[in-house]
Design a protein around this ligand. Structure first.
Ligand code: MG
Length: 252
């Protein structure tokens, strides 16, 4: 079902890859088009800043894509920059554990050039987009590390990627954290995402009577759907123009 047109009273949360940027061969080559960057900035202005990015990427990486620091949850919410610019993040001990897991996986994948290991700080991602047949191996390697680290960590499967990250971290909790703060508080939440990792965000938004939008095909708990990144761009244009100030009546 097509989503209702965007409204300036809502709070907006966007995934990046597959939602605002076409999926690319490697995370480093993804881009948000200048048109979508402009739509995003216009929406920020129209909503009084109630727009945030909720991505699996690291904050540093999100900043590089947009060229400016936005309110953003990075690494599925393991780090989050609120609207005032303060950064909230998981503990140093957990980051050290992620680093140890990376060191354990490096030799295991040395002979597999189709696997790309990305240490993001709070999360470790093993990408297999270049060699989808290596998916089972990637998932197994990460599961072993999760078992070694224990229940404080979890494995999250996405599109051609498997991630190891602190347990309890997901896009739903990241969205709820933003909604506790101005200027998001009290607004109807809207979340757009394309991947299985976005489903936690859809669940959170649905529970709050919000607008959940799945981008692309596939089973989802989202209430609405847009076909692709271009459809997201077109949907954002459909936003109602801010009401014009009433014209002063000329007395005669
Ligand atoms: Mg995505």
């Amino acid at each position: 079902m097509r989503p209702p047109p965007p409204c300036v009273d809502w709070a907006y949360f966007f995934d990046i890859d597959g939602t605002l940027a076409e999926l690319a061969a490697t995370p480093a080559s993804a881009q948000v088009s200048p048109v979508l960057q402009k739509r995003f900035a216009d929406l920020q202005t129209a909503t009084g800043g109630a727009v945030a990015v909720v991505s699996g990427r690291a904050l540093e990486d999100i900043d590089a894509i947009f060229g400016r620091p936005l309110p953003a949850a990075g690494q599925h919410g393991a780090e989050r920059r609120d609207a005032r610019g303060r950064v909230h993040q998981t503990s140093r001990a957990r980051r050290a554990a992620i680093h140890r897991a990376r060191a354990a996986i490096v030799p295991a994948i040395a002979a597999q050039p189709g696997l790309l290991l990305e240490e993001k700080g709070h999360a470790l991602a093993l990408h297999y987009r270049a060699a989808p047949r290596l998916g089972p191996m990637a998932r197994r390697l990460m599961r072993v590390q999760q078992q070694r680290l224990g229940p404080q960590f979890a494995v999250l499967n996405g599109k051609c990627v498997v991630e190891l990250l602190p347990a309890g971290v997901d896009k739903g909790s990241a969205i709820r954290a933003f909604l506790n703060e101005a200027p998001f508080r009290g607004r109807r939440p809207v979340f757009l995402g394309d991947d299985v990792t976005d489903e936690a965000g859809f669940v959170a938004v649905n529970a709050l009577g919000g607008v959940s939008i799945k981008v692309g095909a596939g089973a989802t708990g989202a209430l609405f759907r847009l076909a692709d990144v271009r459809a997201v761009e077109r949907w954002l244009v459909a936003r109602d123009a801010p009401a014009a100030p009433p014209r002063a009546r000329r007395r005669t």
